[in-house]
Design a protein around this ligand. Structure first.
Ligand SMILES: [Zn+2]
Length: 425
């Protein structure tokens, strides 16, 4: 009995030496307002990269070049200034009631409006007569109730909305789309000619008289961001196992609202750092060289990982396997493995380890998908998985993806699964 108790105590101290608390403190730090949502307003990306660099140093990761940073540039459009949207003089709350399209240019003033209903959008005569009378006005597109429409009608409405938002060819000044969908933001590397907004708060559009709007946009042709890359030498360094995760997120929208990105992807960075810390201990020296890649600029088109695959720090063919971690913060419904059905032996091994050690409720497979930083590696024939957790939170690309509400349900078990999988590669 005594022996059993001792064994339990020892296993406990190996499995969880404050592991979850450490992960939490990393996620808390990365989602704090001083990181500005790890985007490009107030150089949030650089503050986050500096934090990761310090963690790499503390863990003792080695560098390929003088610095952990691999720099690259791209154009970026942001809304760093005061952001205001008033409907009939009532001030709406950014992030809660509405989003500005990330490609929007600056706009300021009070404007009259023209309403477009799905019926108007689907009838070209109605549509053009309304549109031709909308010079200098803001278009209000009523999309609250599209459920009764056919799939084809919905698709053409989406196309027309895209035209209204981004085409310089029609006379309207700006577009506001009203719908009941969850607000989901993104980023933009271009600046459109017209501002546009999505409002999720319910309004009777017929009763809207004026719209007052203020937003200051900033387009930078060449913004420099960075990947942060370090490694642990293996027992043999002929082949390489990569653990990757993006650290960037959507940043700030206006001067007061920011997107914390706790699940996306402070959680993945926390897991990457904890994995690095584990394998950096001499007793856990990895079989193969282990490279840790914290990518920048994922949210605006996988730009950091694309840059790395075009400018690799070592021959890509040396990569035996890459594990990309994105959205690691839930897991009550298990994990989904992108490329699981493509790299079958590796997937079977992952499943087997999970079963043996009774870690996650489910390890699900799916085919290829170019939806995170593994994509450009896969296109270059590098064997890889992109793994994300299932269940938990609905928050995604919105202001609710917060540290406070991120459950981290299976974080410890998931991390253990990744460690055991790496050991078997
Ligand atoms: Zn992500």
């Amino acid at each position: 009995m005594k022996q059993l108790l001792f064994f339990i105590l020892i296993s406990y101290s190996i499995a969880c030496p404050g592991q979850i608390d450490e992960a939490k403190s990393i996620i808390k730090e990365l989602t704090a307002s001083k990181m500005h949502g790890r985007g490009y307003v107030k150089k949030g990306d650089k503050i986050a990269a500096k934090y990761i660099k310090k963690q790499f140093e503390a863990i003792g990761l080695q560098r390929f070049e003088k610095s952990y940073y691999q720099k690259f540039s791209f154009p970026i459009n942001t809304q760093p200034g005061a952001l205001e949207l008033r409907i009939n003089n009532a001030l709406l709350i950014p992030g809660v009631d509405y989003l500005i399209d990330p490609s929007s240019p600056s706009i300021k003033g009070t404007y009259n409006t023209t309403i477009l209903t799905p019926k108007d959008l689907l009838n070209s005569e109605l549509f053009f007569s309304k549109l031709n009378n909308s010079a200098g006005k803001i278009l209000l597109v009523n999309c609250y109730n599209m459920k009764h429409l056919s799939k084809q009608e919905t698709t053409s409405i989406r196309e027309i909305i895209r035209y209204l938002k981004y085409s310089p060819e029609h006379p309207a000044l700006a577009t506001i789309v009203f719908n009941s969908e969850k607000l989901t933001w993104s980023g933009s590397t271009t600046q459109s000619q017209k501002a546009s907004f999505t409002v999720s708060k319910q309004f009777d559009l017929e009763k809207i008289e004026t719209i007052s709007v203020r937003s200051k946009s900033d387009f930078e042709k060449k913004y420099t961001s960075q990947n942060c890359i370090g490694f642990i030498p293996g027992i043999s360094n002929d082949s390489i196992v990569v653990v990757s995760a993006h650290y960037d997120h959507l940043g700030r929208m206006g001067s007061k609202t920011y997107f914390p990105g706790a699940n996306d992807n402070a959680s993945g960075i926390a897991m990457l750092l904890q994995t690095a810390k584990y394998f950096a201990r001499p007793e856990n020296k990895p079989k193969h060289m282990l490279v840790f890649m914290a990518f920048g600029a994922e949210e605006i088109g996988l730009l950091g990982s694309k840059y790395f695959t075009e400018n690799p720090l070592f021959p890509l063919v040396k990569i035996k396997f890459l594990i990309n971690l994105d959205l690691a913060g839930t897991g009550d419904k298990g994990i989904q493995v992108v490329n699981g059905s493509i790299f079958k032996p590796q997937f079977e091994r992952l499943k087997e380890i999970n079963k043996q050690h009774k870690l996650l409720p489910e390890v699900k497979t799916r085919g290829s998908a170019c939806n995170s930083d593994h994509c450009y590696f896969y296109e270059k024939n590098i064997p890889c998985f992109f793994i994300y957790t299932l269940g938990g939170t609905r928050a995604y690309h919105d202001i609710y993806d917060q540290y406070k509400t991120l459950p981290l349900t299976e974080f410890t078990n998931y991390n253990k699964l990744i460690r055991l999988f790496i050991k078997q590669l």
